[in-house]
Design a protein around this ligand. Structure first.
Ligand code: GLU
Ligand code: MG
Length: 442
């Protein structure tokens, strides 16, 4: 039986000439999974959901409790332009064998945190900025960047304008509004920004964006990577997240009278995120490689502080433009694109709400380049650092009850177990750096 109210969707699919439907969901690590069905089968699935074996998905369930169901969110309908228009996708929620929302489904984790905010009359809006690299594919997947251009370069230096234009065209045809696209600081590095929106919808777009970038790159014989720090000695790729809380249709972060145009609510929210920043790292910067990006000198945050123009700060408050109340926001700069957007938004929101509920006050903002402060100066001014490794970040998360509660027991345990397994494996490696450094001299 088709779900009530789904008739319009089937009309649209017919009009769009869609023949197949991809049912997408996401595992704990943020990898998109999908299965494809026909439009005919979708009539049944729209009402009842689709059975699948959850035991084969990373971090889901054990083999003896493997019955799971996918239920498509009909509002997430979009035709996948790179399939020639014959395939549409729906993003799905995952249910367990008793038809309850599955606690290990990252979408469910975010939904629950959004519900908590809703009970406080608040809505969480986010605008992520994902950076990525384009590499040449010749000789397999080499590490030669596609070009040698830098920030905002255009014309014959920036060879990827066409690739980015393809991504923009595809995403806009799917209903996503793109703000701008540009070459980033490092050779072969790019950024395409889209309009902010409700966190649940935006998390879905983050994953679609990655697919769109990778698909477009392939067409030009390139490989797109969202690895946080693929190259030594140049900028890594971040996923800064601009955030605001809305109340009764208004941006509740704005306050005309404040020096930074920030409301007390915004200040409490910032204080909460600063308080949980170290534990938040395990979710926002979830891979071994993430910590190669979070070092001084490359526009990535290292120190736990906030400021207005300061790009070395963890939290940046973009300057207020007269008349643009709705644009008041704070930018959290630690996340990178290897993170699971559903879990990052849930963790960032619950950290901020902890500050709101407990009326925490942030320290004084820092308006100078923190990279240039000496260790003594940092200590004197009480500026802590983000964890230096995934291991340290996981240890912090293991001691943070607020974030553990936001993730839920299932996700917290599976995520940290996978991370510690990676750490164990990484520690055993003998790297090229060690051979270069020690082999001849020892
Ligand atoms: N690529 C830098 C990072 O790793 C950020 C550059 C920028 O401010 O856009 O976070
Ligand atoms: Mg950028």
């Amino acid at each position: 039986m088709a779900k009530e109210g789904s008739a319009d969707i089937f009309e649209r699919m017919k009009k769009d000439g869609v023949k197949f439907v991809d049912l997408e969901f996401v595992d704990i690590m943020g990898t998109v999974k999908a299965c494809e069905i026909t439009v005919e089968k979708m009539k049944e699935v729209a009402g009842e959901g689709l059975w699948f074996d959850g035991s084969s998905i990373e971090g889901f369930v054990r083999i003896y409790e493997s019955d799971m169901f996918l239920k498509p969110d009909l509002g997430s309908y979009a035709v996948l332009p790179w399939t020639g228009g014959t395939v549409a996708r729906f993003i799905c929620d995952v249910y367990d064998e008793k038809q309850r929302p599955f606690e290990g489904d990252p979408r469910n984790v975010l939904r629950k945190t959004l519900e908590r905010a809703k009970k406080m009359g608040l809505e969480y809006m986010v605008g992520p900025e994902l950076e990525f690299f384009l590499f040449r594919r010749e000789n397999g997947c080499g590490m030669e960047t596609h070009d040698k251009a830098s920030y905002f370069d255009l014309g014959n230096l920036d060879l990827a304008a066409e690739v980015r234009r393809d991504v923009v065209t595809h995403l806009e045809s799917m209903g996503l509004s793109i703000e701008m696209s540009h070459h980033e600081v490092a050779p072969g590095q790019h950024e395409i920004d889209f309009k902010y929106g409700r966190a649940l919808t935006v998390a879905g777009w983050v994953l679609t964006y990655k697919t769109a970038v990778k698909t477009a790159a392939r067409k030009y014989g390139l490989y797109a990577s969202f690895m946080p720090k693929p190259l030594f000695g140049v900028n890594g790729s971040g996923m800064h997240v601009h955030q605001s809380l809305w109340k009764d249709g208004q941006n509740a972060f704005f306050d005309e009278k404040d020096r930074y145009n920030l409301s007390p609510l915004a200040r409490h929210f910032i204080a909460g995120q600063l308080k949980h920043a170290r534990a938040l790292s395990a979710i926002a910067a979830p891979t071994i490689n993430s910590y190669k990006r979070l070092i001084p000198g490359y526009e990535a945050p290292v120190y736990i502080c906030w400021g207005r123009i300061n790009r070395s700060a963890l939290l940046r408050i973009p300057r207020y433009t007269e008349g643009k109340k709705s644009a008041t926001r704070c930018e959290y700069r630690a996340p990178d694109p290897s993170s699971n957007p559903y879990l990052v938004f849930a963790a960032m929101l619950s950290a901020g709400l902890d500050g709101v509920e407990n009326k925490l006050e942030p320290p004084e903002p820092i308006e100078e380049n923190v990279y240039h402060l000496s260790n003594e100066e940092l200590e004197k001014r009480g500026i802590p650092t983000l964890p230096h490794s995934l291991k340290d970040a996981v240890t912090e998360l293991q001691g943070d009850k607020v974030l553990q509660e936001a993730l839920g027991k299932h996700v917290f345990e599976k995520l940290t177990a996978a991370q510690l397994e990676d750490w164990k494996d990484y520690k055993r490696q003998v790297t090229k750096w060690e051979l270069d450094r020690y082999f001849d001299v020892l």
